[in-house]
Design a protein around this ligand. Structure first.
Ligand SMILES: *Cc1c(COP(=O)(O)O)cnc(C)c1O
Length: 417
């Protein structure tokens, strides 16, 4: 039975039959029995993205912003339409606020290298948290070493979420930027970003939100959030690798100098002086990932079709089910943030090395990630070298969680009997 000839229930009930949805993802047909619980590292791709990118190469491909011939104009249209799709996805006010980059890492490096390097002075402070991915730590350290800013780190509370009271106490008159994750990749802890933005703006600081884990799981509205920058990465949004997005408020982007030079980002070049393009093209030097942008737009269409609220409900329900199932397993300690956890189940099995746990899980066809998840400072804070992490996607259901729990029981038998 295919989705097309299946008896249709209400559209919503229909959509969230992950077992049926899995048929949209060829990886599952090609890997029978796969229990894929690693979407937090990278999500699988639906047929619409895979085929759509191939079709784009077959029918419409050419370089963008250059050709005067029809094919190049068409490719440029597809690329710029993709920007509008992202604008709508984030509810940005203007498509010019959407900069295409390689991934979330590059988005954050762009803010640090352009806005940060041009605006910040020695002694200015960037406030991050213990929950951050290395890509929201290291760019600020590089900037610290370059221009002498201070990096201030907000702690987590006993439950593993951001300690808001401590966070608020860390503002000073030198706080220029708050750069926080929306959902922590290592534990799934959710950060109350609306409150964070309000607090930061009250103290005159700008806000960058790392939405790598949140954007695939939650409706995100940058205007309602009122954030200044928002980063996301295509491959975790069911889209291709090598394409990501930096949203930036236009008034800010306008003040920012280029951070890479080359073709496509200039209006006029002479050896004496070069005139730069306006945003977003000022920040897109060189030939961009044209097919990647087209694929990302198709992935966002796929997400919108499922419904962002429906995805959130699915992720919330499955996260709660997973937390409940895992908490019944003796010797297992689940990290996170109490109820404020989304899409990620990160655990320790009585000190058994996460790689050993994950290897046993793999023997049961359960794919999870093991290690520090690019969040070594958080691991240190939690007192572990690493964790085993299951992360959810739209194709997962309770049977995947049951398979995970059974495989963990098998690992207990081996290592802890
Ligand atoms: C995955 C991830 C990143 C980095 O994404 P890339 O695609 O590797 O650039 C940054 N922050 C968080 C929270 C992530 O989950």
């Amino acid at each position: 039975m295919t989705a097309a000839n299946a008896p249709s229930l209400s559209p919503r009930a229909n959509r969230f039959e992950p077992a049926r949805l899995r048929r949209e993802f060829p990886i599952f047909a090609n890997n029978p029995g796969l229990v894929f619980l690693d979407s937090g590292a990278s999500a699988q791709k639906p047929r619409s993205v895979i085929d759509g990118v191939a079709e784009f190469y077959r029918r419409e491909y050419a370089n963008v912003h250059r050709g005067v011939y029809r094919l190049s104009e068409r490719a440029t249209e597809r690329y710029e339409e993709a920007r509008e799709t992202v604008q709508a996805f984030l509810n940005a006010a203007d498509a010019r606020e959407i900069v295409f980059v390689r991934n979330a890492t590059e988005a954050i490096n762009l803010v640090a290298g352009s806005w940060g390097a041009a605006t910040l002075r020695p002694g200015d402070e960037v406030l991050i948290s213990e929950l951050e991915h290395h890509s929201n730590i290291v760019p600020w350290q590089i900037l610290r070493d370059r221009i002498g800013i201070r990096l201030v780190v907000a702690p987590i509370d006993a439950e593993g979420g951001l300690d808001l009271a401590a966070f608020e106490g860390l503002f000073s008159e030198r706080t220029r930027l708050v750069a926080l994750t929306h959902v922590a990749n290592a534990t799934g802890a959710m950060v109350p970003v609306e409150r964070v933005v309000r607090l930061a703006h009250r103290h005159g600081a700008k806000v960058l939100i790392d939405g790598s884990q949140a954007a695939p799981r939650l409706p995100v509205d940058v205007r309602a959030l009122d954030c200044d920058f928002y980063a996301m990465t295509g491959h975790k949004l069911y889209g291709p690798t090598g394409i990501g997005v930096l949203y930036g408020r236009y008034e800010l982007l306008e003040t920012m100098p280029p951070w890479q030079g080359g073709g496509d980002m200039v209006l006029h070049v002479s050896f004496e002086k070069t005139l730069y393009q306006d945003p977003p093209h000022r920040f897109e030097a060189g030939t961009p990932n044209i097919a990647g942008a087209v694929g990302l737009a198709l992935a966002l269409d796929f997400i919108e079709e499922l419904g962002r609220e429906a995805i959130r409900e699915h992720e919330e329900a499955l996260t709660a089910y997973g937390a409940d199932q895992l908490s019944r397993i003796p010797d297992l300690c689940l990290f996170g943030a109490g109820e404020r956890r989304l899409g990620i189940l990160s655990f320790d099995l009585d000190g058994v090395h996460p790689h050993d746990v994950a290897s046993v899980l793999d023997q049961h066809h359960v794919a999870v990630r093991a290690g520090h998840h690019c969040a070594q400072p958080l691991m240190e804070r939690l007192g572990v070298a690493g964790t085993t992490r299951a992360s959810l996607g739209v194709y997962n259901d309770e049977r995947d969680i049951d398979a995970l729990a059974a495989a963990i029981e098998a690992a207990r038998e081996i290592f802890l009997r």
